[in-house]
Design a protein around this ligand. Structure first.
Ligand code: 13P
Ligand code: SF4
Length: 307
């Protein structure tokens, strides 16, 4: 709900944004007022593409650390700001460069596919990145006889292995703390109340939750599905910030969260006040050392080349 305070802060942010020649990018999981003040709201893939293409001088990344790092890798000449410097991704922290190097030595010849939810140093040790929107395409771009090491999300990895019928994929044991909390019984309870509703599931959810889905899709994929479907009601199995976009885009339809547990504290750590402060001070800045950047860029560029 907009208030006098949020309206005032949003106005100040717009003025500062012009002054700084900045662009504000927001993930779908951000607070509604952040999504409203952003120039572009999207999923991880769309935000990477925007960060690579922008001619703004400053990118304010309303998301989590790995997203701002990806922007810094793709746009090294821009100032990249992460309004809350401690907004991390627990899943990205489940793999580090040392553990990855050890796994690579155990699976020689494997192509390392890293989910974009990884640090720059881990991307630098990987061959190609992917997001949940393009993971199937990325894996299909790798010759079938090449073994794959997929990091770090076991749920996305297993979903993609099933979709691509690959039996030569080793999947890391990471997971998203938020999506992994959702159980089959949570979804079935909401479904019992709304039996006509279609179930939309993000591939970061457990396989037994994905089995209940009418559509398994990335955040942008879910939005597209709801827009194109003749159905009027949907149960949304992903972070609740996206409900703002569903309701804004499709006001004639009903969207129910699968559970109130689906709240990522890191995504919610960014506030209007922190965005205002970031634009005023040009801090906190996210940078990537040139040697790491050069290698990590290859993984991201290979991904972005896949249409
Ligand atoms: P997508 O927006 O790519 O579906 O990713 C979800 C996510 O968890 C980002 O942290
Ligand atoms: Fe990481 Fe999950 Fe939060 Fe996305 S929703 S930032 S994967 S913890």
């Amino acid at each position: 709900m907009p208030t006098e305070k949020t309206d005032g802060l949003s106005g100040e942010i717009r003025t500062l944004k012009e002054k700084r020649k900045a662009v504000i990018l927001s993930h779908f999981y951000q607070r509604p007022e952040i999504q409203e003040v952003a120039d572009f709201v999207g999923d991880s893939l769309e935000l990477s593409r925007k960060a690579a293409a922008t001619d703004a001088e400053v990118i304010v990344f309303c998301g989590v650390h790995f997203m701002a790092e990806s922007a810094a890798i793709l746009s090294p000449d821009k100032v990249v700001l992460l309004p809350e410097k401690n907004a991390g991704c627990p899943m990205a922290d489940m793999v580090d460069a040392e553990a990855l190097r050890a796994a690579k030595s155990r699976t020689p010849g494997a192509v390392v596919v890293c989910y974009v939810n990884t640090s720059a140093v881990v991307k630098a040790e990987s061959d190609i990145a992917c997001t949940s929107a393009n993971a199937v395409k990325v894996v299909n771009s790798i010759p079938g006889d090449k073994p794959i090491l997929f990091i770090p999300d076991k749920n996305l990895g297993r979903y993609v292995a099933g979709k691509t019928a690959r039996n030569n994929m080793t999947v890391w044991e990471g997971f998203c703390n938020t999506h992994h909390k959702l159980t089959r019984s949570d979804v079935l309870k909401v479904k019992a109340k709304h039996p006509e509703a279609l179930v939309l599931v993000h591939p970061e959810c457990r396989p037994e939750v994905a089995d209940l889905a009418d559509a398994v899709a990335s955040t942008s994929g879910m939005l597209k599905f709801a827009g194109e479907s003749p159905a009027r009601e949907f149960i949304v199995c992903t972070e609740t910030g996206i409900l703002h976009q569903f309701r804004k885009r499709y006001p004639g339809k009903e969207f129910y969260p699968a559970s109130n547990k689906l709240c990522c504290p890191n995504m919610k750590a960014t506030t209007l006040e922190k965005v205002r402060r970031a634009l005023a001070t040009l801090e906190p800045r996210i940078t990537v050392p040139p040697d790491v950047r050069e290698k990590a860029l290859k993984s991201l560029e290979r991904m972005l080349a896949i249409k």
